[in-house]
Design a protein around this ligand. Sequence first.
Ligand code: G4P
Length: 556
Amino acid sequence: MQDLVTSTRTDTQDASAPAHAKHAGEVTREAARRRTFAVISHPDAGKSTLTEALALHAQVITEAGAVHGKAGRRSTVSDWMEMEKARGISITSAALQFEYDGHVINLVDTPGHSDFSEDTYRVLSAVDAAVMLVDAAKGLEPQTLKLFRVCKARGIPVITVINKWDRPGLDALALMEEIQNEIRLVPTPLTWPVGIAGDFRGVLDRRTGDYVAYQRTAGGATRAPEEWMGAEAAGLREGDPWFAAVEEAELLSSDGADHDQDLFLSGFTTPVLFASAISNFGVAMLLDTLVELAPPAAAFRHGEEQDGDGRPLQVRDVAAPFSAFVFKVQAGMDTNHRDRVAFARVCSGVFERGMVATHAQTGRPFATKYAQAIFGRERAVIDTAYPGDIVGLVNANALRIGDTIYLDEPVQFPPIATFAPEHFAVATAKDSGRFKQFRRGIDQLDGEGVVQVLRSDLRGNQSPVLAAVGPMQFEVAIARMESEFGAPIKLETLGYTQARRTDAASAAELDSVRGIEVMSRNDGTLLVLAPDKWRISVIERDHPDLTLEPLLAGDR
Ligand code: G4P
């Protein structure tokens, strides 16, 4: 993709200084102009349409429709797997980078289906902000509420976009109330719609009081022209819908729903925009909001020491030597080349292709010869990347999710927490003669986070338990074990729905409790599997001294 940004640097500093010190000013400048974010939404809210519209505005692609992974659409680029095509979902994630208004926007893709919400959760660990996309007709939907709450719990700044305002939908004030009640984020609309859902004429810019009138273009294929005018002209042109919008906007102000940058950055409030992604309404406003309000790439936390909320205290400044962490590993993206790509977010310093970094988990050197920007089917070589950028490291067989690579000053970022799986199944090789392939495949899927793999002495290595947040993860595992590793598997569902973390001391005692099972993950975590919450409560009541923790803080 020739439009992808590949920056070159200029060496003007003292040649005797260490490499990272030479680049410190440049890195700080580059980090400050990065905006790295992900769009989270429930399926069909319009994430792909919005991605296309954003890319169109930034003119990365010239024709809407070239990004999408939906079945039946022309030139879909993220359907590497047959299953994705058949279901019209996008499982694989990558990043789209483009320049806008002197800034570099990194849009990290997230899977469209809630069964893959754990992938989305991992993406959230690699971004500095999230755009929460809500369908105006449906409001917040239960299956994605969890992700929105994760943003709130982790203090990730969230910009809310109410989409499909061109279609009949819920009342705008009612939607604001829902966000406040369900996620406990205080909505502070930046714009307010003129015209009810289904009669979208434009928006009132609440900060200036101006009116932005939208004009339709055929099929939404080009940027929609916007017309800015003052309140008086707006009143004359639109009449009642304009006055209704002004009245509601005043009501919001008297309710304290005005934007406050500090409260937004600390995750208490969410600026709201109204849009119609399909007609390209409100898209430029979203880009402007990202540039103006979303935080730039900043220092990353690491280290053992923790603050009161259990967060590590040390930070790796963006100008420190190069470091990056892996938030996604994906194999089989290109059926012609059986490669394995580790997606890493640059946290500090300059990434330069060809550099030999250190893999923190093993202490081994890691050569970065093959680095790519990957979005859909498009790939471009990345020579240089800065904090906030996403680098696809090809053939990174040693790297697993959560791993760190660094240069010079050692650093290891904390592992990415996992969702509690809710579906469990014993996997066995259909053909016992292909056990080697079976084991290799299962390990690979584990390393990529396709499923969690649990083992116990009791069940043995021949029949690990696969654990998933959504059942579709199992379908991916079955398909890939057969097509990629030549080791078809049988899955036998287990009747558990709950998982809690425990420790070795408690595990010994829990082993003798009936109806539950203790298993271990590759990262050493011990999990207690139970059929239902009720069983967990009984154990907690009968054995108050035993450790039974939720996998994610606040997840019960
Ligand atoms: P997703 O990635 O979040 O799953 O959603 P996607 O963009 O695929 O959008 C889901 C459906 O909603 C699509 O219709 C899309 O055209 C439509 N859509 C997206 N944004 C808007 C909008 O602002 N207004 C209206 N009215 N519709 C919108 P579809 O019929 O499922 O697919 P297609 O035939 O249009 O491709």
